[in-house]
Design a protein around this ligand. Structure first.
Ligand code: E4P
Length: 214
């Protein structure tokens, strides 16, 4: 299972990368806006830190506009994966980009049928947003189970990238279900390694060690 970090904050990316926990990065327009920096400047810096897939999102809503932006972004760096919104116009763009050898990540996926359409269009990754489903009282992880099953049924190559992760249970369940990738915010990556018994165990060992004659 691959871990991507879901942020455009280069400090967080550098830190998580030091722990060896970053196989790739996902960004979106909101995450870019949070940095207060220029889009191209941020994504180029991310590409200089991480040698893995980096999802960068188009902002056009029509197929031609998406294709134009996607081709420009793909020219900037080999590791850029083009994030395309889950619309019919988007699926036409995904289909065309596949023929051009440009990788795509279909974003804002909230149903199994949307994921099926994305796979049929030839998406490299599909991003179901589990946290946003949970927010409206629809169990997000049930969607992952459905997509994994559908992709297995037909041997689709599209990778299931669990997005909108809010807590460590999302990550654990994604792993149990066999999702290919989890894109995780920095605060949740930090939580993954923690356990109260680990913390108290270390404290006790340190205290006992201090009483050993030196
Ligand atoms: C994924 O690629 C998205 O950028 C992200 O996971 C959305 O998460 P949010 O629902 O916390 O904004």
């Amino acid at each position: 299972m691959k871990f991507f970090i879901d942020t455009a904050d280069v400090k967080e990316i550098r830190k998580a990368n030091e722990y060896g926990l970053v196989d790739g990065v996902t960004t979106n327009p909101s995450l870019i806006a949070k940095t207060g920096r220029k889009f191209e400047e941020v994504i180029e810096e991310i590409a200089s830190i991480i040698d893995g897939p980096i999802s960068v999102e188009v902002t056009a809503l029509d197929t031609d506009g998406m294709l134009k932006q996607a081709r420009n972004l793909a020219k900037m760096h080999d590791n850029f994966v083009i994030k395309i919104p889950m619309t019919l116009e988007g699926m036409a763009a995904v289909r065309k980009l596949k023929t051009e050898g440009i990788k795509t990540n279909v974003t804002l996926v909230f149903s199994a049928n949307q994921a099926l359409i994305a796979a049929k269009a030839g998406a490299t990754y599909v991003s179901p947003f589990v946290g946003r489903l949970d927010d409206i009282s629809a169990p997000g992880m049930e969607l992952i189970e459905q997509i994994v099953q559908i992709y297995d049924n037909y041997d689709f190559d599209t990778e299931v990238l669990v997005a909108s992760i809010r807590n460590p249970i999302h990550v654990m369940e994604a792993a149990m279900m066999g999702a290919d990738v989890a894109t995780i915010p920095f605060n949740v990556i930090d939580m993954l390694a923690r356990h109260p018994l680990t913390t108290s165990g270390i404290d006790k060992f340190m205290k006992d060690w201090a009483s050993v004659p030196k």
